[in-house]
Design a protein around this ligand. Structure first.
Ligand SMILES: [Zn+2]
Length: 278
């Protein structure tokens, strides 16, 4: 197969008998899935020893790992202490990801605050330059995945992230399809996005998928995740574009029913003729 599709859950699957990361990875393999995102969203508490054990288990079972940095990060804060702590949280996540053999860390990078978009972009360049320097010093193989964000107050449009990718190949977009849909208030062009990533030289797309909740009072699509098929954006259209382009991709389910939707995604890809290994 010339391209590879990886599907799994954000965090351990709901059906996992206990909450350990190792049990989560075993459950992913048992379900016939092949990816999991390890969540450091409430802090990087995993020890280096555990991270290595998790990595060994995942490679044994053929589960591709990525990680998610803590939510409490703002690289554009006007409080220098917050920026410093944010960088450290990202670097700690990258360190554990490296020990797990994960390839990417998803990061909710920043809020514009009082910055104009231009000031924000310059501020991000300074912060990311520093993080990239320290990644190089550590010799990590992990790449920094800046997530596409849903809210207008959050830094993180695809344009902004690709602008940083031009400068540093180790900085890539970590797509959240639901966030892009919500930020555009109910539209997405999967084909255009996949083409842009391909043109930017990105060989493997890391992403999150769930449906977004619509608020009929405000007429706004929200950053609230609901199960696939109950709302939008449509998954089958994404699957079509992926298979048509033979794009290698990881799609992490962030739906409230996690692995149930990953298994639905798997069936949709199989219907399109894609064969998963094993
Ligand atoms: Zn995220």
């Amino acid at each position: 197969m010339s391209f590879q599709i990886f599907l799994g859950s954000g965090g351990t699957p709901i059906s996992t008998p206990d909450s350990s990361t190792q049990s989560g990875i075993k459950q992913i393999a048992k379900l016939g899935l092949n990816a999991m995102e390890v969540e450091f969203v409430r802090g990087v508490k995993m020890s280096a020893v555990t991270a290595r054990e998790v990595g060994n288990l995942a490679s044994e079972l053929g589960v591709r790992l990525s990680a998610h940095a803590p939510y409490y990060i703002n690289l554009l804060s006007d409080d220098a202490a917050i920026v410093k702590a944010s960088k450290q949280r990202i670097l700690d996540s990258i360190d554990r990801a490296d020990k797990m053999g994960a390839d990417t860390v998803a990061v909710h990078a920043a809020y514009y605050g009082k910055n104009t978009p231009e000031e924000a972009q310059n501020g991000m360049k300074d912060s990311v330059a520093d993080i990239v320097d320290r990644m190089k010093e550590s010799g990590t193989k992990v790449i920094l995945g800046l997530e596409t964000m849903a809210k207008g107050a959050q830094w993180g449009t695809l344009d902004e992230i690709l602008d940083l990718h031009k400068r540093w190949k180790v900085v890539v977009p970590y797509l959240d399809w639901c966030h892009i849909w919500a930020r555009n208030n109910g539209s997405i062009d999967y084909a255009e996005i996949l083409d842009r990533l391909h043109k930017a030289g990105i060989k493997h797309v890391n992403s999150h998928f769930s449906n977004s909740k619509y608020n009929s009072n405000t007429k706004k699509w929200q950053d609230i995740h609901v199960p696939m098929g109950l709302s939008r954006p449509k998954f089958d259209e994404l699957a079509n574009e992926v298979v048509k382009r033979k794009a290698s991709i990881t799609i992490i389910s962030e739906s409230p029913v996690l692995e149930v939707d990953s298994l639905r995604m798997k069936r949709i890809f199989e219907k399109l003729g894609y064969k998963f290994g094993k």
